[in-house]
Write a protein that binds this ligand. Structure first.
Ligand code: MF3
Ligand code: CO
Length: 259
């Protein structure tokens, strides 16, 4: 069942999303050569709690940390470790917050110093694909229109879309219906309606789309060892929400006046 959120609930998701946004923004200057995922994770947990939230991933299905930190060929769900970041790395950070009963979820890929031009391009195309997915998530469109928009942009640029992991509805649970694949043909699946809240999260590989799970049971990696990027926003569907993205720190124009 796909939930429809009231305006009040959307604003609560936006508040959790604000904490996610601020966490990810504050991390930016800390993602430098020599820093480690464990450090970031400690910092993020403290910050999230200082904002009255809790890290949504910690303890989720037994996951041990507050953030997922995935370096280079790691796609998603990397467990923060003491491995220092190195010049040329890309680091995907995924952050979820639960505050006052509602969840926000967002991810970005950061670069450490100078990275190869094709990896920079991978990051740019993945972020653009996220925004094209968001643009296609309007009332009356269907869930698969999102994946179609993402996949078209990614493949037109010579990269590949991971199939096994998907975006999701979000609200009172971290993962709700519907599933939101990052590929597919248009016009399929649930019709999007005002008040639906979903997390769109393309995972894009520089090389082949195939992945495997590491022995730690969590970390997803590309099979061919080439890097992968991940961008995610929580959004609300509906023309009357000007601030449709709930995890970008924009709130002043949240809801337009209602007749
Ligand atoms: N961040 C993932 C998502 O965006 C969920 C991570 S769950 C965890 O849906 F257990 F790995 F943390
Ligand atoms: Co998510």
């Amino acid at each position: 069942m796909v939930n429809i959120r009231s305006k009040r609930e959307v604003e609560q998701i936006r508040e959790s999303g604000r904490v996610v946004y601020e966490t990810l923004s504050t991390l930016e200057e800390r993602i430098v050569s020599g820093a480690s995922g464990k450090e970031l994770d400690r910092f993020a947990e403290e910050f999230i709690r200082s904002q009255g939230g809790e890290p949504a991933f910690k303890g989720y299905m037994g996951y041990p940390s507050s953030l997922c930190i995935s370096i280079n060929e790691e796609v998603v769900h990397g467990i923060p470790s003491n491995r220092p970041f190195l010049e040329g790395d890309i680091v995907s950070v995924d952050c979820g917050v639960l505050k006052d009963g509602y969840y926000g979820d967002s991810a970005r890929t950061y670069s450490v110093g100078t990275i190869r031009p094709e990896v920079r391009n991978l990051m740019r195309i993945t972020e653009e694909a996220l925004y094209l997915g968001i643009d296609s998530a309007v009332e009356g469109s269907h869930v698969s229109d999102i994946g179609h928009a993402v996949q078209s942009h990614v493949e037109a640029n010579g990269f590949s879309v991971v199939r096994e992991l998907v975006g999701h509805g979000i609200g009172r649970e971290l993962h709700e219906d519907p599933q939101v694949p990052n590929y597919g043909s248009p016009g399929q699946g649930v019709e999007l309606k005002e008040g639906m809240c979903i997390a769109i999260e393309p995972m894009v590989n520089l090389g082949d789309k195939e992945i495997y799970t590491k022995d730690d049971g969590w970390t997803i990696c590309t099979r061919d060892g080439e890097p992968s990027a991940h961008y995610e926003h929580t959004i609300v569907v509906g023309h009357e929400y000007k601030g449709r993205i709930l995890t970008n720190g924009v709130f002043e124009d949240t809801v337009t006046a209602q007749a």
